[in-house]
Design a protein around this ligand. Structure first.
Ligand SMILES: *Cc1c(COP(=O)(O)O)cnc(C)c1O
Length: 417
């Protein structure tokens, strides 16, 4: 019974790794149902236990009792930049460059048009053909309005493409981690290449913020966008973030000129004048319940360095990959095995990937499916332990060995997959 022994050994080793981890005990800062291994934090992060109390206070005291006075008393007015700085700490941005606002889709639109206006006379925007679709849709739409041309170039070819485009390059707009395969790209190299021809770089951090060590300032990023509800755990519909490097802020002319980005919003002037600094990246009144929920959620990162989080993430995904190998699960990996090329997820291919994911969910291992054949498992190291990683591998083996994915109930698709 080698499998049983192997499984026991794997679990024992995983326990040791959990005990030795700098993230030990972080899972207790989250509210998760018993018996669930949650591997979908790259789609909707788990609930940090600090959030409900804060939201309750915001609703009952700040809103219910203090009413409009809370804009000043509780500094609702400054919340978007205050929480922006907290996000900035996790993505290598010094204070004053990140604002929590709108959705990733909307922020990307602002960034692409803003980039075009920072580089007048140039025409070409480069982006990844395998981007999360909204990035493609919004980039195309923004480019069309700005009279720019989008070229879709795979990240592995982008540095060469930039050199060829030369001084016609406006912007290279790329995700640091591929949302499907989990491959991590070297956006510093892309940025250097873009700068060498006088262009700009925008980094999409939806699948990296909070798990991968991202160094926006040191990497020379010009612009960046990312999600608040994935690894940052801000909750369903949490606002996204937008980074504009300090050196561009005075000239960052974004198209959505709402009153909360105005230099004198309460002067109620008829003409727009952008606020100094990152504040001009704001648009209208933000969803404060969500902004303040995100602020509370980020306390789960208190005292952790991005390097610790990255090391724990790699250790947990490696444990999962090793467990698959040890248990003889031989599905092709869509995710690179080399740690330096991996984000915080492991994706596997299977012709019936959707049904395999449903069968895993029925066993309490929650991941998701991405077209066409991807079983996508995200490992949020704050609440996914090494032992969880081994459990997930064991359940996957059971689903495959028992052909559980062939059950008819696992073929039914809901509105959201
Ligand atoms: C999750 C994700 C989005 C989501 O955009 P929304 O505007 O929040 O719906 C966008 N881009 C990427 C790369 C993503 O992973």
């Amino acid at each position: 019974m080698t499998t049983v022994h192997t499984s026991d050994d794997l679990t024992a080793r995983a326990r040791e790794a959990d005990d030795a981890s700098p993230l030990r005990g972080r899972r207790d800062l989250f509210t998760l149902p018993d018996g669930v291994v949650y591997l979908d934090g790259n789609s909707l992060g788990a609930l940090p236990s600090a959030v409900p109390g804060v939201v309750d206070d915001v609703m009952h005291r700040q809103w219910g009792e203090r009413l409009i006075r809370s804009w000043n008393e509780a500094d609702w007015w400054g919340a978007q930049t205050r929480v922006g700085d907290l996000v900035g700490r996790l993505v290598g941005a010094a204070p004053g460059q990140v604002v929590v606002t709108d959705s990733t889709s909307v922020n990307l639109f602002k960034a692409v048009i803003g980039a075009g206006r920072l580089r007048p006379g140039r025409r070409v925007v480069l982006t990844d053909p395998d981007s999360f679709p909204t990035d493609l849709y919004m980039t195309e739409s923004a480019a069309a309005l700005a009279g720019l041309e989008v070229r879709r170039v795979h990240p592995r070819d982008v540095v060469a493409a930039i050199a060829e485009i030369g001084d016609d390059l406006v912007l290279a707009s790329y995700s640091s981690v591929d949302y499907r395969t989990g491959e991590l790209w070297d956006l510093r190299a892309v940025t250097e290449a873009a700068h060498a021809v006088g262009g700009l770089a925008c980094w999409d951090l939806c699948h990296s913020a909070g798990v991968v060590e991202v160094d926006l300032d040191a990497g020379g990023a010009d612009l960046a966008v990312g999600c608040g509800y994935k690894y940052l755990n801000g909750g369903p519909g949490a606002p996204a973030f937008l980074y504009v490097a300090t050196r561009h802020q005075d000239d960052f002319d974004q198209p959505l000129t709402g009153w909360q980005g105005h230099a004198h919003p309460f002067a109620m002037r008829p003409d727009y004048e952008p606020a100094p600094g990152i504040t001009r990246a704001r648009v209208g009144t933000p969803p404060l319940l969500s902004v303040l929920a995100l602020e509370a959620a980020l306390t789960a990162y208190d005292g952790l360095s991005p390097a610790d989080v990255r090391a724990a993430s790699l250790s947990v995904t490696q444990t999962f990959i090793d467990a698959l190998d040890a248990l003889g699960v031989d599905l092709p990996l869509a995710t690179p095995r080399e740690p330096e090329r991996r984000g915080s997820q492991v994706s596997l291919r299977h012709p019936q990937a959707f049904a395999v994911v449903q069968a895993l969910i029925a066993r309490g291992v929650i991941g998701d499916f991405r077209e066409p054949d991807i079983i996508r498992l995200g490992f949020a190291p704050l609440y996914v332990t090494h032992v969880d990683a081994v459990r997930a591998a064991e359940h996957l083996k059971a689903v495959l060995d028992g052909r559980e994915f062939e059950r008819p109930e696992f073929a039914e698709r809901g509105a959201v997959t």
